[in-house]
Ligand binder design. Structure first.
Ligand code: NAD
Length: 519
């Protein structure tokens, strides 16, 4: 792994999270164009979720290192924002090609640290790549507006300009896509960027940063720090940072939104979810069951847009046995094994949590139609595996419904009518995504108009919008007012300057001062 080197220091091998052997590769910081070893004494282990072996170590950057990273962003800002927009575009055009050329390497890093299957990891990179491709249209995206002759000899026009140093804080579940929602859009607009990847999966971000350097991004335009809460609070507090993009859980997202906003920063905060799929009796059965299985259990359910909750309306509930059979056919295995459909969860703690939420459903009266606990994967006995699990007869008060499970668990509710299904969803605090499966256009239209969720799929299970649109999760899944990528992403990373100018003919000089408000 190119951006880690082995420390040759003699370090005692100890047990536990903060300890390490001398042979474990270390993750670098990126400061002012150089990949450097942190001087910290505090390190976190990175594990392969399929084996729980330590595959790397990531530093908790020191205060001095974090300050150096922001200073580097600040120094690079003026020259970078003054760089012609066509030059910035060229860098990102080269970047998208380099990402394509290195997709296998990026995917391998994702599978190693995050656990998802290699095919899914490539999808992770591709969805991020599409954002980079979108960023390449920046000359059109950053156009301002003009209105000539708004008054006699007077014209008004706007510039869309960068805002300064921006920062991104990313989660573990999409090690490529989510960082690529952040720094490419921020930087192509002319901002410099401080990235803090998830401490559990930093490897992919480091390779993405190296590729951006290779594409020609000047030193200091992207800096990378690592760490947990202290690094996050540093970002929320540093006065030079003007905007923060966050994706992750609700506790972290709410904290960052409040602390960052209080310090006068723009914050966009994408958070947790409980996404419902509504199955109408007129839906295409075969298609719907396949879509539900893929969207509930793909990536082991560790997607913010996973369809983790199904509402079967009317007699569609008779399809449950087939849903269970189809789910059983998925192969649980390490992500790099051929034919794997469902990889491990990120950590042993996540596995314990998911299993206890399954048990809470059973204890509260739900029916366990498929139990993925005690899934044994040959050769990977220490991995964090939970197989596809289905709980039916779930009611809204149960813990397995009120909490985001973030594992391969589908909870099933039933409703007699579409209105009942919509009411259930609108009473749920989250608003990230939802889907309806139907062959009736009027039903689909009613649903899309009445359901209070920011991203809706009609016969599409995971309706993550492509980057010419924006990621528009709502209610409890989002804090802020400007979404990620698309036109909204460009707005988030830019500010408007409005110029009103008057050029009068020489003989039309103003002869007396005007003291009333010009209209
Ligand atoms: P997380 O909140 O634990 O971590 C995200 C980032 O925040 C990390 O960089 C971490 O270091 C930092 N962090 C964690 N806890 C913190 C705290 N208390 N204070 C300050 N910083 C903190 O999230 P995760 O487990 O990495 O990711 C899973 C979550 O992300 C799920 O809830 C999922 O739904 C959500 N998610 C949302 C979207 C979306 O677009 N809505 C996309 C992906 C993931």
């Amino acid at each position: 792994i190119i951006l880690r080197t082995v420390l040759n220091k003699k370090v005692p091998l100890q047990m536990g999270r903060m300890c390490y052997s001398s042979s474990v590769p270390t993750t670098k910081l990126l400061i002012d164009g150089r990949f450097i070893e942190s001087k910290t004494s505090e390190w976190l282990d990175i594990h392969n979720p399929a084996t729980n072996e330590v595959v790397g170590r990531v530093p908790k950057a020191t205060q001095e290192e974090m300050l150096a990273a922001v200073d580097s962003c600040s120094r690079a800002y003026r020259p970078w924002s003054d760089t012609s927009i066509l030059s910035r575009q060229q860098i990102f055009l080269r970047y998208q090609q380099l990402i394509k050329d290195n997709i296998k390497e990026l995917a391998k890093l994702i599978t190693l640290e995050q656990g998802k299957t290699l095919a899914d990891a490539e999808g992770d990179v591709y969805r991020g790549l599409q954002v980079v491709e979108y960023a390449c249209s920046i000359p059109s995206l950053m156009l301002g507006e003009t209105l000539p002759s708004i008054s006699k000899d007077m014209d008004t026009f706007t510039y869309r300009l960068p805002i300064g140093v921006c920062a991104g804080i990313a989660p573990f579940n999409f090690p490529a896509m989510i960082p690529l929602w952040m720094f490419p859009i921020g930087m192509v607009c002319g901002n410099t960027y401080l990235m803090k990847p998830s401490e559990r999966v930093p490897g992919c971000t480091m390779l993405l940063a190296k590729l951006l350097q290779d594409a020609g991004a000047p030193d200091g335009t992207l800096n990378i720090i690592h760490g947990e809460h202290a690094a996050v609070n540093f970002i929320c507090d540093h006065p030079a940072i003007k905007a923060i993009s966050f994706v992750g859980s609700n506790p972290a997202g709410e904290h960052i939104y409040e602390r960052g906003s209080k310090n006068g920063k723009r914050v966009q905060s994408n958070m947790g979810a409980k996404n419902h799929g509504v199955v109408m009796p007129d839906a295409n059965k075969e298609n719907t069951i396949n879509q539900l299985v893929g969207a509930a259990f793909g990536a082991a359910g560790q997607r913010c847009m996973a369809l983790s909750t199904a509402i079967f309306v009317g007699e569609s509930r008779d399809w449950l046995p087939e849903l269970v059979e189809r789910s059983k056919s998925l192969r649980v295995n390490a992500g790099d094994q051929p034919g794997a459909d469902v990889g491990p969860l990120i950590s042993p703690q996540a596995k314990v949590r998911v299993e206890s939420l399954i048990q809470s459903g059973v204890d509260e009266g739900a029916k366990l139609l498929l139990d993925g606990r005690n899934t044994n994967v040959k050769g990977y006995e220490n991995g964090n595996f939970v197989g596809p699990t289905i709980l039916s007869g779930v009611s809204p008060a149960m813990k397995c419904y009120t909490e985001e499970i973030f594992g391969p668990v589908l909870v099933v509710l039933e409703a007699d009518t579409l209105d009942e299904a919509i009411a259930l969803i609108n009473n749920n605090p989250y608003g990230n995504g939802t889907a309806i499966f139907t062959t009736n256009g009027a039903t689909a239209r009613k649903y899309t108009h009445e359901v209070d969720v920011g991203q809706i799929g009609v016969n599409v299970p995971i309706p993550v919008p492509l980057p010419m649109f924006s990621f528009t999760g709502s209610r409890g899944s989002f804090r802020g007012d400007t979404n990620f990528y698309g036109k909204q992403g460009i707005s988030f990373y830019t500010q408007i300057k409005t110029v009103t100018s008057q050029w009068k003919a020489e003989d039309a000089t103003v002869t007396s001062p005007a003291v009333t408000m010009p209209t």
